[in-house]
Design a protein around this ligand. Structure first.
Ligand SMILES: [Zn+2]
Length: 277
């Protein structure tokens, strides 16, 4: 039984931002993340396990505001072959939230580690895993991943398509306010329609950045694109812009793959994790 990571929520005015873990990817080849860097630029600064691999957290975000319950990203979903992932349901239960309590699900992009928990079942029986929720996805990702042939090829036929056929899927064309102080924020490049979520309360801001970064070193080196970035030049430009904005506004940054709970700030051009455990 894998351990479920827990963290305290971050409060931003009336917004309660609760990191909820789906587990971790335990075997990531660092060459996939640091393909744009010279070995001496990353090797001294990167923790690797006994196999020489890097671990990536999978940290979804539960947002409470008033009576709203918004979930940002859904993890891999339960998988019999990978007990280290699919723990989101346990993490939500640990903070007193059930799947039925979620009214809105934001999918930052349609990769399996983010959309895998969005639907359950297979084939004709596949259906939304959050029975009361509407789902948001960037239109660019629907246009790219939503074609039946590509969805099948990418293993998304039972994840993305059931949301559409159940008429639960809304497509975001740009910035979109989905609750007071909660705005979808296009951050294209990792995928065509990749998006984050911007939070505002008075003068305070926070931003969930999804897969804009996979490792804290990318804050110092925004030009390093991992092999997973579909559109590297656009991804680099988006990353540079967001990091600069987060630095300028002193925003709290909430990330998906950075070490749990993945909350920090950009300070002196580097990632400074904020301890909220
Ligand atoms: Zn990811």
């Amino acid at each position: 039984m894998a351990t479920v990571h827990r963290a305290s929520p971050v409060r931003l005015g009336p917004l309660v931002l609760q990191p909820v873990s789906d587990g971790a990817i335990l075997q990531m080849d660092p060459a996939s993340i640091f393909k744009d860097a010279r070995p001496e630029e990353w090797q001294p600064y990167v923790t690797r396990n006994a196999q020489g691999n890097v671990e990536l957290a999978l940290t979804c975000l539960l947002v409470r505001v008033g009576d709203r319950r918004i979930l940002v990203d859904t993890g891999f979903g339960p998988r019999a072959d990978r007990p280290e992932v699919g723990l989101l349901g346990d993490s939500l239960a640990a903070v007193g939230v059930s799947a039925a309590d979620i009214d809105t699900v934001v999918i930052s992009h349609a990769h399996g580690d983010h959309i895998g928990g969005a639907a359950r079942g297979a084939g004709e029986a596949a259906s939304p895993a959050f029975p009361s929720a509407r789902y948001w996805l960037g239109r660019g990702d629907w246009d790219y991943f939503g074609q039946p042939e590509r969805a099948a090829q990418m293993g998304l036929a039972d994840k993305l398509l059931p949301l559409r056929s159940a008429e639960r899927l809304d497509l975001a064309d740009g910035e979109e306010e989905i609750a007071p102080g909660v705005r979808l924020l296009p951050l294209p490049g990792h995928t065509p329609g990749h998006m984050g979520v911007a939070f505002t309360a008075g003068q305070e801001t926070a931003v969930y950045v999804g897969d804009l970064v996979h490792h804290p070193l990318q804050i110092e080196h925004p030009d390093w694109s991992p092999v997973f970035d579909a559109l590297p030049p656009l991804s680099r430009e988006t990353r540079r812009g967001l990091i600069e904005r987060a630095r300028r506004e002193r925003s709290l940054v909430l990330s998906y793959h950075l070490p749990f709970p993945g909350v920090g700030r950009v300070d002196s051009g580097t990632w400074q994790g904020v301890a909220i455990l």
